[in-house]
Design a protein around this ligand. Structure first.
Ligand code: G4P
Length: 529
């Protein structure tokens, strides 16, 4: 194998998804601790800032530049080169969160053992399913009182519609948490104090039939464990790598990120079960990183630094094949010309650094003089190709927007269009009029503040936003449909996007179903392609 292929084979690029507070940051931090990228847990980015109020956010973002919301961390562990893509939650939740998943080869879903599947997890999970990427589940906070283990698994299967396969099984929870049982090795891994997780823990393993287990676990816990294992072996789906690869079966692990328990075991199993960079679809068919020798990448996120010079932007791209060299030139397919990829950056643990070399699977951020759009392809291949575009995700909050000073119409349209082009917001119009009335749609409500802030500071335009009650949007998939003919519900509104694609807005979710019933053959989609 060539050196390049070796490098690519070592890569594992995944996103961590969770509902806020389930422990994503803590788990990431512990990964870094095991990877030797940090010496002591507690020093990872983003922790403190994730809890700031909305009003603080702008200032923080300015100070931090591109840091928190765009975190991609790289570190090594056991011969692997790992790229973790963070998916911001809380108020930072936006389309970027979804798009990040487009750049990952698999996802780790962190679930709070006392809560089960929560709203945000559900949303992100849908995107993983759409992409059919493998999903691994880490059930966290076992050191606290947890819900019944079988219930938790049921919850995942029912709520998310994916089969689960526990790789290990918890022994008690909260104060009675004793550790986990490794099903393949038939060993008990005992929970031990790692000084609140600041130290890398040594896992003590013991055969399930070792007589000592009895007094370590206590008789009651041991009997319960044996019963549960019996039940589990009889009832659960067997591990099947193929189903995992197709995103149909999620291997489940239990642990406690805070106390470091189960983190390394998870990492070891996960790295073997997840894949190296996967082929990606283009207009010339699948591009396989193990076959395609030339550099290729696509832009999945554009981040404008929150300062007045709005042209100071960073385009984040996922390298899909080949080798990246600092300051190399590549063909920008959508722009139709060669570009120098300048000031390439990468996040290494908690620092940002310049990159000299990167390979398929890696994520880099390059300086964007305002030429890139989300989904653009860059490549050095002679026979050019473009990667499949990134879908537009359904916004959930809508507002009518107008400029306060009517004389500033031109700046207003320019500003709002540019911000929409970056992908921070989506803009729509009434379907039968022009740009007079603009409706803005966002995935995370904070984006409204971002829009207001940026229009004021970068374009000198003050705007007024009037919230609209709509919460659901659907793209109409049927080609050649007469929009006038669609019979909707009273809470439905017809609009179009910038590409003139017709869409429907609804206040109530049940209206979508009614509209479908009333219009035979109508096809609606949650993603705009
Ligand atoms: P997030 O990124 O998913 O939002 O979650 P984060 O890691 O910030 O964790 C949220 C809270 O849950 C934190 O507590 C964290 O310490 C705690 N936590 C994470 N993993 C575990 C675990 O395995 N067990 C227990 N018991 N707690 C866990 P906090 O009080 O909000 O923050 P802090 O004051 O502890 O920093």
């Amino acid at each position: 194998m060539s050196n390049m292929n070796n490098e690519i084979k070592k890569r594992r690029t995944f996103a961590i998804i969770s509902h806020p507070d389930a422990g994503k940051t803590t788990l990431t931090e512990k990964f870094l601790l095991y990877g030797g990228a940090i010496n002591q847990a507690g020093s990872v980015k983003g922790k403190a800032t994730s809890k700031h109020a909305v009003s603080d956010w702008m200032e923080i973002e300015k100070e931090r530049g591109i840091s928190v919301t765009s975190s991609v961390l790289q570190f090594s562990y056991d011969g692997y080169c790992i790229n973790i893509l963070d998916t911001p939650g809380h108020q930072d939740f936006s389309e970027d969160t979804y798009r990040t998943l487009m750049a990952a080869d698999s996802a780790v879903m962190v679930i709070d053992a006392s809560k089960g599947v929560e709203a945000q997890t559900r949303k992100l999970f849908k995107v993983c399913v759409m992409r059919r990427i493998p999903i691994f589940t880490f059930i966290n906070k076992m050191d606290r009182e947890a819900r019944d283990t079988f219930d938790l698994l049921d919850d995942i299967e029912k709520e998310l519609g994916i089969a689960t396969c526990p790789v290990n099984w918890p022994i008690g929870s909260g104060k009675a948490f004793k550790g986990v049982y490794d099903r393949a090795g038939k060993e008990v891994e005992l929970f031990s104090d790692t000084q609140k997780g600041t130290q890398v823990g040594e896992v003590q393993k013991m055969d399930i039939n070792n007589p000592e287990i009895n007094w370590i676990l206590g008789e009651e816990a041991q009997i319960k464990l044996k019963d549960e294992i019996e039940l589990l072996d009889g009832a659960s789906v067997e591990f099947d790598q193929e189903l995992v690869n197709q995103g149909k079966l999620s291997p489940v692990f239990f642990g406690s990120a805070l106390t470091n328990f189960g983190v390394e075991t998870f990492l070891q199993h996960f790295l073997k079960m997840t894949s190296s960079p996967l082929p990606r679809m283009s207009d010339k068919g699948n591009i396989d990183p193990m076959i395609e020798p030339d550099f290729s990448a696509f832009v999945f996120k554009i981040q404008a630094n929150m300062n007045k010079a709005h042209r100071d932007r960073i385009a984040f791209m996922r390298i899909c094949s080949g080798e990246f060299d600092a300051s190399m030139t590549a063909f920008h397919v959508q722009g139709g010309k060669d570009v120098r990829l300048s000031q390439p950056q990468q996040m290494m643990a908690s620092e940002r650094k310049m990159v000299d070399k990167a390979y398929g699977g890696d994520i880099i951020g390059i300086f964007d003089p305002g030429i890139y759009s989300i989904g653009d392809t860059l490549t050095t291949a002679k026979e050019r190709f473009a990667y499949e575009g990134i879908p537009t995700f359904a916004p959930e909050h809508f507002a009518r927007v107008r400029q306060v000073d009517t004389m500033k119409r031109k700046q207003f349209i320019k500003g709002i269009s540019q911000i929409a082009q970056e992908g921070a917001i989506q803009i729509f119009q009434e379907y039968n009029t022009g740009m007079e009335e603009i409706i803005v749609g966002v995935v995370g409500v904070l984006q409204f503040d971002v829009l207001k802030y940026r229009l004021t500071h970068e374009y000198n335009v003050e705007i007024a936003l009037e919230n609209l009650p709509y919460a659901h949007i659907r793209w109409i998939e049927n080609k050649d449909i007469a929009l006038d003919k669609i019979v909707g519900t009273s809470d439905m509104r017809k609009i179009k996007d910038l590409k003139d694609r017709p869409l429907l807005l609804f206040i109530h979710e049940w209206s979508i179903r009614m509209t479908l019933e009333r219009n035979e053959g109508l096809e609606l989609s949650e993603f705009g392609r």
